[in-house]
Design a protein around this ligand. Structure first.
Ligand SMILES: Nc1ncnc2c1ncn2[C@@H]1O[C@H](COP(=O)(O)OP(=O)(O)OP(=O)(O)O)[C@@H](O)[C@H]1O
Length: 362
């Protein structure tokens, strides 16, 4: 497996600039998620790396070799890249074994053990080997597509929204099987997604694409707890943003005096908290009115109105929930992350159901 390095990549479609200078390094044997809203250029970037499209400027290096840009253009078929498209793209007339074997060198195509090994790698029973794709679930088809992509031991695997056509239950199982298989083979992989939870739970690092370039490239925990700006913060999880006054490493805000997760100059600031940091307490704290309760089973999201009228979210276990209209008190656990007082406000919150252990996207 090889490292991927993209430098200064620029691409327009017609007169519309799509990529305006992307720099990205994917270390060998790791998975990077490209995360961004629809139309931000994720697929365009993936297609240039794959060799299906040429950049207008910049370079793509695979294992230290320039494969695109700087006057070089190694054809897609010679790049040694495995590709898993949105809906598998399996050959409908070939069996599962036939599809997987298609990825193997010709002399190994009749090797049933090799095919069985690849099916096991993606968590599929060898008994499925003789079925044709339409006899498989969507999740099984995606696993076969990955087995086929991994068969020739590619230098890089590209996955373009591979779980987007799956329903929630299949999606989580398939996501985990794919992540395990990529890890087990030491694959270098790039996964395109617009699902924040999927990016955070699958990848070693997440590249947030915005305005044709990377807004931030970081490991999932850093991205969530120390986003580069409030827009990234709101994109990778629900954000509670408060104005405050910093002094001596603490900030005074509507939710009381908070500790700060990183140093900042004294004076006006805007701080970020996550909803799971807001705890409803029966005791002292900031008074708030419950304006909504979304119950998800494993947890719940409580919409609170603070005395100033500001609405914020708290995320709490689904057990003992307050009712709408109730008055509660709120305390904050853990530090707030400071941003400049003039930092743009976060776009309106749209909630999605949380997944266990994974922050909810807004
Ligand atoms: N062949 C093309 N010709 C003209 N415009 C294109 C072409 N392909 C993509 N675009 C435009 O380029 C922009 C980026 O598209 P791209 O498919 O890379 O985005 P994306 O982030 O992958 O979106 P999605 O998440 O919806 O798949 C979009 O505005 C799209 O309409």
């Amino acid at each position: 497996m090889s490292a991927l390095t993209v430098t200064g990549l620029v691409k327009s479609h017609g007169r519309t600039p799509v990529l305006t200078g992307v720099d990205l390094h994917v270390p060998s044997g790791t998975t990077t998620a490209l995360l961004g809203p629809s139309g931000c250029g994720k697929t365009t970037l993936l297609r240039i790396v794959a060799g299906f499209d040429d950049p207008d400027a910049g370079t793509v290096e695979l294992g230290g070799r320039v494969v695109a840009g700087a006057g070089r253009g190694v054809p897609a078929r010679s790049r040694g890249i495995g590709f898993v498209p949105q809906e598998g793209g399996l050959f409908p007339h070939l069996s599962v074994a036939g599809n997987v074997a298609f990825g193997l060198p010709r002399r190994l195509r009749r090797d049933r053990t090799r095919v069985a090994g690849l099916l096991a790698l993606v968590g599929l029973d060898a008994a499925l080997a003789d079925r044709v794709p339409h006899q498989l679930s969507g999740g099984q088809q995606q696993r076969v597509a990955l087995a086929r992509a991994l068969a020739p031991e590619p230098s890089l695997v590209l996955l373009d929204e591979p779980f987007s056509s799956l329903d929630a239950a299949l999606r989580e199982d398939t996501r985990r099987a794919v992540a395990d298989a990529l890890r087990a083979t030491g694959a270098t992989a790039v996964l395109v997604t617009h699902d924040q939870a999927e990016a955070l739970s699958t990848a070693d690092q997440v590249a947030v694409v915005r305005g044709g370039r990377l807004a931030q490239l970081a490991d999932p925990r850093t991205l969530y707890s120390r986003p580069a700006d409030l827009e990234v913060a709101a994109f990778v999880g629900e954000a509670v943003v408060l104005d405050g006054e910093a002094a001596g490493g603490r900030v005074t805000s509507e939710l009381g005096e908070l500790s700060l997760g990183r140093p900042c100059a004294d004076g006006p600031v805007r701080v970020l908290l996550r909803p799971e940091q807001l705890r409803l307490s029966g005791g002292p704290g900031t008074r708030a009115r419950v304006r909504g309760v979304d119950f998800y089973g494993h947890d719940a999201r409580i919409e609170l109105e603070l005395p100033s009228g500001l609405r914020v979210s708290a995320r709490t276990e689904g057990g003992d929930l307050p009712s709408e209209g109730a008055e509660v008190t709120v305390v904050v656990a853990g530090p707030a992350v400071p941003f400049p007082a003039a930092a743009p406000t976060v776009p309106p919150v749209a909630t999605a159901p949380a997944r266990p252990g994974v922050p909810t996207a807004t």
